[in-house]
Design a protein around this ligand. Sequence first.
Ligand code: FAE
Length: 509
Amino acid sequence: MRPTPAHAAAGPISDGASVPVLVIGTGYGGSVAALRLAQAGVNVHMVEMGMAWDTPGSDGKIFCNTTNPDYRSYWLRTKTKQPLSNFLGFPIDRNIPKYTGILDAEEFGGITVYQGRGVGGGSLVNGGMAVTPRRENFGAILPSVNADEMYNTYYPRANSGLGVSVIDPNWFETTSYYQYARVGRKHAQRSNFPFVFVPDVYDWNYMRAEDNGTVPKSALAGEILYGNNAGKKSLQQTYLAQIRATGRVTISPLHRVTSVSPASGGYAVVIEQLDTSGNVTATKTVQAGKVFFAAGSVGTGKLLTKLKATGALPGLNAEIGKGWGDNGNVMCGRANHLWDPTGSVQSSIPCCGIDNWNAGGAFAEVAPLPTGIETFASFYLSITKNPNRAQFTYNGSTGKVDLNWQTAWKQPSITMAKSIFDKINSKEGTIYRTDLFGTNKIWGDHLTYHPLGGAVLNKATDNYGRLHGYNGLYVIDGALIPGNTSVNPFVTITALAERNIEKIIATDV
Ligand code: FAE
């Protein structure tokens, strides 16, 4: 493929258009692919099913607050589906208008998978925790990838591209917004668990200015799950800003890819245009020389499974849809004593964790519970070494793709998380909260924030993400990673994408 003149055409893609490269999805994998291809002189079109998230609503803000979810909060739901569904045992979900909101709580038989929807993918809704796995754990995460290359070149490149940094430890010790984290540290250390600071993409200087009252509050006002109006460096501020500066990439928001099949000169891609109620307002077919699947683990896993089963891409191999895991996510809360308040004000950006990975199979984020009142609760999201893996399958009678994950498969995660919290509770004389996920329910074992796998590297694809069976089709997102990263996943997704696209540009473009 020869470099083409730069162009910065505005507006959505038109029916019958022809593009050298089409990228499905605008999250981490898709943004890395589009940026590096554009820098190599290739024009790229990115297709994103969610909204652009660049226009304020009637309240003057682009994103709504976690404590007050409105029409912008959920992807095509009429009621919120908050990860913490209850407080003091009472359900807290509320009715909302159906809208192409920012957070999708996608329900499968045994698990609800939370995902970001919009230009920027998961970076719009996530906590920004930007964690590079410990070197000694990498062999188990991506066994076919050269670890030296990753730790010398691609992890540093990803961390720099994402704008990752660590909280100033002096400010951490003094601000009331991290009292909950200091309590978490005290309890971890009194039970002899290693406590670690965790890097983030939030602008820590901005957060200090929030604390000083000199700028509008975002993390310190509880914004996170439905977007941050300031402070957080989502992909919109990093990779996507660089992409725009190349002048070679166009983006179609509210466009959803439904089919990819061989056609002369490459592939025919069928795309549905959506309105903000989720109705299909147009169906377009475009030609693409090469197609990158970057729709996230679930988006890519489902799409490829359907395309193989329905005969659009029959030459995909039998690994498609396999190797899906939840990164071992499980949540829980602990009830502290009255002399251990966690603070009525809490930063929504987590900055630390308890690392018991090698001894007990769990890495627990000390997470905020920014309710605006003192709850005396410590809250944790654990990432665990859960060995269970699920598979996507096409259901011919519904025309949908199912995932065979079972709720009971979370039991290993609970056991591993208990290796930390049973010990802390015993040392502190405290108990688990039972009111956050229902009534008398300790474990948030019904969900994941970290879907991974579905088109695993070196199985469904070659060792650089080229899909077996077809030239010019690539996977470049979390679907490549076989189910677990031992820590929060987006730095690894970004670094792997940086590695793969460098090879693809050198050999295929
Ligand atoms: P992703 O970012 O999901 O992007 C895929 C994009 O493709 C999305 O924008 C989709 O809307 C779009 N798409 C899907 N299907 C189609 C289609 N058919 N046509 C067109 N577009 C489509 O994929 N990770 C961390 O490392 N640290 C954290 O602190 C953290 N916190 C999280 C908190 C929450 C609430 C959630 C939901 C996730 C969190 N994650 C965190 C996970 C992280 O956001 C996720 O691993 C990455 O976003 C996955 O990146 P991908 O590029 O694979």
